[in-house]
Design a protein around this ligand. Sequence first.
Ligand code: FE2
Length: 211
Amino acid sequence: MSEHYPFVNYPLPYSYNALEPYIDEKTMHLHHDRHLQTYVDNLNAILKANPQLQNMTLEQLILYAPTLPANIRTPLLNNAGGVYNHRFYFDNMTSPGIDRPLGIFAFYINQAFGSFQNFEDQMAAAALSVFGSGYAWLVADHDGTLKIITTSNQDTPLSMNLHPLLNLDVWEHAYYLKHYNNRPAYIHNWFHVVNWKTVSQNYLAFINGYT
Ligand SMILES: [Fe+2]
């Protein structure tokens, strides 16, 4: 993807109420229109002040940031990561319907975790283990091995040389309006709106060398 400065906040790939009753419309407005928009605006402000970075993609900015002075590096990582992680989160959800992987990807999940239930249990445990704000992720390492990891704040798996497949935002703003402080209930509901089709396509493209 060659998108670079100025970044835009793309519309959601579904309606704001598409994830009801599991994730509510009001939360989706707040999360996409306010929180993600703020990350986009802050990222553009940083890049406006640093023209040498304006031709870089989001992924390039995240990977290049550690080489920059701390006064640019930290806000750049926080805000480029905030845009990347939120796009990834929104793009890998969909209307409730198919709540587990199908076809060959179901085989890979079973192979890696023993069963889909084990995968859900491990993903939920990872999401619960995040202290404060962050994400749980399903990722693939360089040889395609599936793993569950967590990241803090707006860190990304890209910086760990891991290929992201699915992320679960456990910042309180992702669930507080509907679920209050009940993170386990939000996690339970989120499993109903995972877009296993996009996750599966992403993984198959990765292991076949297309991404
Ligand atoms: Fe978020």
